[in-house]
Design a protein around this ligand. Sequence first.
Ligand SMILES: CSC[C@H]1O[C@H](OP(=O)(O)O)[C@H](O)[C@@H]1O
Ligand SMILES: Nc1ncnc2[nH]cnc12
Length: 286
Amino acid sequence: MKKAEIGIIGGSGLYAMPGLTNVREERVETPFGEPSDAFVLGELEGRQVAFLARHGRGHRLLPSELNFRANIFGMKLLGVERILSVSAVGSLKEEHKPTDFLMPDQFIDRTFARVSTFFGDGIVAHVGFGDPVCATVASAFEKACASVGVVGKNGGTYVCMEGPQFSTRAESNLYRSWGADVIGMTNLQEAKLAREAEICYATMAMVTDYDCWREGHDDVTIDQIVAVLHQNADNAAKVVRAAVAAMPAQRTCACVDALKYAVLTDPKAIPVETRQRLALLLDKYL
Ligand SMILES: CSC[C@H]1O[C@H](OP(=O)(O)O)[C@H](O)[C@@H]1O
Ligand SMILES: Nc1ncnc2[nH]cnc12
């Protein structure tokens, strides 16, 4: 049974979704293990939503410890079609100031210790990822930022690093030389897995700091980030709420059938166990 149509993943600083009504919690079991926490289900602006604290409530999980597959598959099991992700990021450009929001439309992968696919174990699939986020969700975030009165730029490149340590200055300057806009530790795997699960996904990245590249300024520290996060979290909750309200009812984007031509494996060659594990993703095609 469909329990939610819109998923919200709250990152650093957003561990609950204010304004939810008819709230209940659900622990979801997935073939990929345990999600970061129980999903908090409820109603927001007349829509059924599922909220998940990315690092768990209490912020217990490192970026490298996140079970991204379980988080996204859990959303799929609940019936979620669109995910609104909220994340803290460092700025790699002067023009992106702490407290600004930005919806990245590209990623650069600097992670090395993560599982980023539902496939394998006898089934090969390659989904398109040239446009890694859903333009409809990003645009809903952009309009919602304008309606709430916060800076919300649509577009930009997000470097996804492994962490948990912040970057060296040489790395930070390298990413700047590549023209990247912001840096974080969590979004790329979510975007990849959401695409494989045919769930629309976009992130609202909340700038908390200038990382460590800015001459004459202090390098990023966690206390500096936390202070900005508190300011950002209130605005983030308002924007998410407005974005949920503005989300079109029907999906007309390419995310809907991203898997249609992606599976290369001869269906007869797919091991039964793998086929069963991925039934939720594959049944409509096999
Ligand atoms: C709070 S500093 C670093 C931490 O914040 C970001 O987390 P999230 O994307 O979940 O908001 C960043 O990716 C790091 O995990
Ligand atoms: N400077 C930074 N680097 C990586 N992740 C971050 N999240 C918030 N600020 C960050």
